[in-house]
Design a protein around this ligand. Structure first.
Ligand SMILES: C[S@@+](CC[C@H](N)C(=O)[O-])C[C@H]1O[C@@H](n2cnc3c(N)ncnc32)[C@H](O)[C@@H]1O
Length: 220
C-alpha cells in the first residue's frame, strides 16, 4: 500500500493516473475507461495480460495508444479486433464508438475469460467475444484492428479474408511501420488490397503513434 505522506516504497509499482488531457480524449466514456484501467491494475498481472512494468504507463502506452485507431474507423458497421488479448485496442474502440458492433477475436481461453469478464463488468452491449484464431473466422467486417499480434505481412495474410469490400485493416505500429509496409508490399498486392498508408497520429503528450491502413477496394 502507498503511504500518502512518504510516497511509494522502493520497488513499488504505482499505476499511472489519467491526466486532464486523457479525460478529455475519452470524454463521456472516461468513467468506463477508468473502470477498465482499474480492472487491468487489479487483475492484469495475475491473469498474465500485462507485466507490472506496464502499470506506470497504462494510460499513455496502452489505452491512449489504442485510441489512435479511432479516427480511421468507419462511420458505421462492424469491427473485429484480432488478437485482442487484454482488450486492446478492441475494448477502447467499443467504449469510444458505442455505435459500432465490435467482435473481439482471441484464441487463448484464459484471455477469452478475461474479455468476457470485462464485457459484463463494463456492460458493453456492442461487443461480442469470439474464441478463435483469425484464420478460422469466416465473417467479414468493415474494419479489422490489431495491435502487437504479428508483423504486417503476417497480419495481412491473417486478416485480408476478414475484410469486406471497402473495409480496412488498421494496425497499430511503432517505429518500424514504414519498414513493415515495405516488406509487406508483395503480400498486400497478392491479396488484391490497396497499397498501405501510414497515418501518423500525435496522441496525448505529443506521443507519436503510427496506424497502418490497408484497404480492400470496392469493386467498380
Ligand atoms: C502480444 S498479444 C497482444 C494483445 C493485445 N492486442 C495488446 O495489444 O495488448 C498478441 C495476442 O494475439 C493473439 N493471437 C496470436 N495469434 C493469433 C491468431 N492467429 N488469431 C487471433 N489472435 C491471435 C494471442 O493469443 C495474444 O492474445
Amino acid at each position: 500500500m502507498v503511504d500518502e505522506e512518504q510516497g511509494p516504497g522502493a520497488g513499488e509499482v504505482v499505476p499511472e493516473e489519467a491526466s486532464e488531457e486523457v479525460r478529455e480524449l475519452f470524454g463521456l466514456s472516461f468513467s468506463a475507461a477508468e473502470h477498465f484501467a482499474q480492472m487491468l491494475v487489479a487483475e492484469g498481472e495475475l491473469r498474465g495480460l500485462l507485466g507490472p512494468r506496464e502499470l506506470p504507463r497504462l494510460w499513455s502506452r496502452h489505452l491512449v495508444n489504442s485510441a489512435a485507431v479511432v479516427p480511421f474507423l468507419p462511420a458505421r458497421g462492424t469491427v473485429a479486433d484480432v488478437g485482442s488479448g487484454a482488450g486492446l485496442p478492441g475494448v477502447v474502440v467499443a467504449l469510444l464508438r458505442p455505435d459500432l458492433d465490435v467482435t473481439l477475436i482471441e484464441p487463448m481461453e484464459r484471455r477469452v475469460d478475461w474479455l468476457e469478464h470485462v464485457v459484463v463488468e463494463l456492460d458493453l452491449d456492442n461487443v461480442t467475444v469470439r474464441r478463435a484464431r483469425a484464420e478460422e473466422v469466416r465473417d467479414r467486417y468493415d474494419a479489422v484492428t490489431a495491435r502487437a499480434v504479428a508483423n504486417l505481412s503476417k497480419l495481412v495474410r491473417l486478416t485480408s479474408p476478414l475484410l469486406r469490400q471497402g473495409g480496412s485493416l488498421l494496425a497499430l505500429k511503432g517505429a518500424r511501420a514504414e519498414t513493415e509496409v515495405e516488406e509487406a508490399r508483395y503480400v498486400i498486392k497478392k491479396a488484391k488490397l490497396e497499397p498501405a498508408v501510414v497515418h501518423e497520429v500525435l496522441t496525448v503528450g505529443e506521443e507519436l503513434t503510427k496506424v497502418v491502413e490497408v484497404r480492400r477496394p470496392r469493386r467498380g
